[in-house]
Design a binder for this molecule. Structure first.
Ligand SMILES: *Cc1c(COP(=O)(O)O)cnc(C)c1O
Length: 495
């Protein structure tokens, strides 16, 4: 008897509802409590910022994180105690990505204006997934997409999405390519993906997540400078076609993570266009160098590709949580991701702007556009151009200087802001030496560098992308390298 569901068996106890309201009232602090909480957070974050120029870039002491093993209590704890725990257990151990002396992997930074934008977005909690719900929020995100479409040089037919990072952005592009090229369970074993062993591993992860791991995946031959060799790509396409296979996707890099080199995008694009291959350029690291005069020409031909990824949380120095995908064919992006649900019918009638939910796997999402829009509006584009140009020149400066220090050599002059270098000398195991050197650098902690291995050779890397990294940081880095190389030499000679 379904209608019984609507018959209330007991009178609701009003008093207990009121009790529950009171018990949960701390979830809505009043103005005075808000001010007190806010002041404590500001005090801690200001202390963090003030000590940034002096603190370590890497801290291998992880003892303090035991503090976090407390269970949650029923009645909560004092803010001062909770915030102290974050300072000691979260803000100290490990890499400090906010530090200008973070020169490892691909760094980011964390603009202050973005932090305030997140604060704003979280307090108002605007719904930025659907135009109907917040036309202004969606317009802000779409304005950013249009700005980046112009920056990259794509036509008006392009569209994009603000994702949480470069990995999800790469996945989005790869799914769009899969749909546009009609990869099906029936044909997948004959479909060919081309990439390079220097491509970022998030692309290989994306192949798997997108169900493309059963396709033929080829790592193309690389030139000595680690760039994809277009003529060997061309030969491979012909060979594959003769075997009855269907080439459908190329993933190249505009800024590889290891060496910061740019694949020959223009030549690769020509081959892709001639052979109807979707060309995806992973420019998560390098894309925003389009803003820097000295390097922008090397990135111009990205506009010949079908899709591209740029990471504002790298190249625009935003706090972590924003990676962007742009797809030349808006239709391809929509075909891959739009879905019509009945309960969304009110929203479907307003189509003035594309909603993020139509072009992404997400529905409800963080209003992450505001953290990019506010800094661009407040500061203008010029400081970003200057900072990126500065980073490139700093990398060049490092390259010129490191090769003048005894026994150090560099892989090649930087195309963007990464330099791979190593210590090499007769009569020593250079790989072992460089491994010991990176350990000393980590133990020292004043700067943070990372290392990589290419064809059996260990390289150290300096990757310059924190907006707080300046000339004095690079001079300090050179000093530290000389000092610690001497220390490793001493150890080895004694041992
Ligand atoms: C960092 C990076 C990625 C991954 O991006 P996340 O934002 O870390 O998910 C992908 N490709 C390249 C070239 C990168 O440098």
């Amino acid at each position: 008897m379904i209608y019984n569901l609507y018959l209330n068996p007991m009178k609701t106890n009003i008093a207990s509802i009121k009790d529950l309201e009171k018990e949960s009232s701390v979830l809505e602090p009043d103005g005075i409590s808000r001010a007190k909480l806010r002041e404590e957070v500001v005090e801690k974050t200001e202390a963090f910022l003030m000590q940034l120029p002096f603190g370590k870039a890497y801290n291998d002491d992880s003892h303090s994180i035991r503090l976090l093993e407390h269970p949650f209590t029923e009645n909560g704890e004092k803010p001062s105690k909770v915030f102290e725990e974050i300072v000691a257990s979260v803000d100290k151990p490990g890499i400090n990505p906010a530090s200008g002396r973070h020169l490892g992997y691909i760094p980011g930074g964390g603009l202050y204006a973005s932090a305030l934008a997140d604060y704003w977005a979280d307090i108002t909690n605007r719904y930025s997934g659907i135009f109907f719900a917040d036309p202004g929020a969606v317009k802000i995100e779409n304005e950013l997409i249009r700005w980046m479409i112009e920056l990259v040089g794509y036509p008006n037919s392009a569209w994009g999405n603000l994702a949480s990072g470069g990995s999800i952005a790469n996945l989005t592009a790869i799914v769009a390519a899969r749909e546009a090229k009609n990869v099906t369970p029936e044909n997948i074993r004959k479909m060919v993906i081309y990439t390079s062993e220097q491509a970022h591993h998030s692309n290989f992860k994306a192949f798997k997540v997108a169900g493309l791991h059963n396709a033929v995946i080829r790592n193309l031959n690389l030139l000595e400078n680690l760039k994809i060799d277009p003529s060997s790509f061309s030969q491979q396409i012909d060979k594959d076609k003769k075997q009855g296979l269907t080439p459908f996707l190329l993933v190249s890099s505009a800024g590889t993570t290891d060496a910061g080199i740019i694949d020959p995008i223009e030549d690769l694009s020509e081959l892709c266009i001639a052979n109807e291959i979707w060309h995806h350029v992973d420019a998560a690291y390098g894309g925003f160098f389009l803003l820097a005069n000295s390097v922008s020409d090397a990135l111009r031909s990205i506009n010949k590709s079908d899709s591209v990824v740029l990471d504002p949380h790298k190249g625009l120095f935003l706090p972590y949580g924003l990676g962007v995908v742009l797809v030349k064919s808006r239709k391809a992006l929509k075909d891959a991701f739009s879905y019509q649900a009945n309960y969304m019918q009110d929203a479907a009638e307003i189509e003035e702007e594309i909603s993020p939910a139509e072009v992404s796997p997400e529905l409800t999402k963080h209003f992450r556009g505001l953290r990019m829009w506010i800094p661009l509006r407040l500061h203008g584009v010029k400081p970003f151009r200057a900072a990126l140009e500065e980073k490139y020149l700093l990398a060049k400066y490092f390259y010129e200087k490191i090769t003048t220090i005894k026994n150090f050599l560099a892989f090649n002059p930087p195309e963007l802001s990464v330099v791979m270098f190593r210590y090499e000398s007769n009569g020593i195991d250079s790989n072992q030496f460089n491994r010991l050197l990176i350990k000393e650098i980590h133990k020292d902690g004043r700067i943070f560098l990372s290392s990589t291995t290419i064809n059996g050779t260990v390289w150290l890397r300096v990757a310059i992308l924190v907006f707080r990294t300046h000339l004095e940081t690079i001079d300090l880095t050179l000093e530290i390298l000389e000092e610690l190389a001497a220390r490793v030499n001493n150890h080895l000679n004694k041992g």
